[in-house]
Design a protein around this ligand. Structure first.
Ligand SMILES: C[S@@+](CC[C@H](N)C(=O)[O-])C[C@H]1O[C@@H](n2cnc3c(N)ncnc32)[C@H](O)[C@@H]1O
Length: 315
């Protein structure tokens, strides 16, 4: 009932969606500020092709391996060594901390709209070159051309205006910089997201459908997700929390396996020269990796709908 009201409110308008999601994550960070072991809010990634050696993680990171693997997979599209890296929508900071400790950037900044999440991050993660700031994806608190790489994982579905966010990414990136995006959309919203990306000041280099990798990660990580939360959550809230956490048998894994929910990883680049900026090649997205897969008809036919009309699908 409560979650239905929440969904209804987020569908009212882009500003309602922006407000409702930021209030939701603000309260999650506040309510779980003492869950020191919980550093990620994404659904993870399992390397199904097995073409990369498993990441050699320190013992203290092993528990959150699948969530880290999502960051590692997304980050692997660019060389972060000695680069200034920004993460927009850093949540509980585990991803920014992983990048700072393992991938050797020159600097790593995590930004989130939820002030209580930023407080948690500052307490939980201390590494050289790593800092956290409160900020809105649609109005980034940085000067033009401040970063070499911008990362955005499972956050853009919350934004009121995706085009505004992409324009901000284009502004804060240096020429030749990379934008690495991973997020979910309902299948009928995917074409709208791709249209927003194509219309952005960035060039699409690669579009990957990683729905199966994320779905499998949720299955492999099931026990931890159930155990981690349920011991500490009031009985009445467990249903909602299990759904949010993507435990097996709830909405997210079901929608991922039916193809109604699609998880995309897109690699984009800002043009190296300001003069040549913009127009991606017409066929940048023509060969989509999910072509031929079992996807809903509206998506396969490329029926365009606004990516920013995205529905929250956690409940
Ligand atoms: C599902 S969590 C993902 C967090 C993190 N990327 C991870 O993978 O663990 C989404 C995050 O996006 C943040 N967020 C939502 N709207 C935002 C906005 N307009 N600007 C910045 N962050 C935002 C939320 O506060 C939340 O922390």
């Amino acid at each position: 009932m409560l979650s239905e009201a929440f969904l209804w409110a987020t569908r009212k308008s882009p500003s309602a969606r922006r407000y409702m999601w930021s209030a939701f994550y603000q309260s999650v960070a506040h309510r779980f500020s003492d869950f020191d072991w919980w550093h990620f809010m994404n659904y993870g990634y399992a390397d199904l092709a097995g073409d990369r050696a498993p990441i050699a993680l320190r013992n203290e990171d092993e528990d959150e391996r699948y969530c880290i693997q999502l960051y590692d997979h997304v980050a692997s599209a660019a060389d972060l060594r000695n680069r200034d890296v920004l993460e927009v929508g850093c949540g509980r900071g585990g991803g920014a901390s992983y990048i700072a400790r393992y991938l050797h950037p020159k600097s790593m900044v995590g930004v989130d709209i939820a002030g209580s999440a930023i407080q948690f991050c500052r307490r939980a993660h201390r590494s050289e070159g790593l800092r956290f700031l409160k900020g809105d994806a649609e109005n980034l608190p940085f000067a033009d051309q401040s970063f070499d790489v911008v990362i955005n994982i499972e956050s853009s579905f919350c934004y009121g205006d995706m085009a505004r966010f992409l324009s901000e990414v284009g502004r804060v990136l240096r020429p030749g910089g990379s934008f690495l995006l991973a997020d979910l959309r309902l299948a009928h919203e995917v074409e709208g997201l791709l249209a927003d990306l194509r219309a952005s000041p960035l060039e699409i280099l690669e579009t990957k459908d990683i729905t199966a990798e994320v779905g499998h990660a949720l299955a492999f990580d099931h026990e931890r997700r159930v155990k981690g939360m349920n011991g500490k959550i009031p009985f009445l809230l467990r249903g909602v929390v299990n759904t949010f956490a993507g435990v097996q048998g709830t909405r997210i894994p079901n929608l991922l396996s039916s193809g109604e929910l699609v998880y995309l990883n897109v690699v984009l680049r800002k043009s190296p020269g300001r003069e040549e900026e913009a127009q991606p090649p017409d066929d940048a997205c023509r060969s989509l990796p999910w072509e031929g897969r079992n996807v809903p008809a509206a998506f396969a036919q490329g029926e365009a709908r606004s990516a920013t009309a995205c529905s929250p699908f956690f409940f």
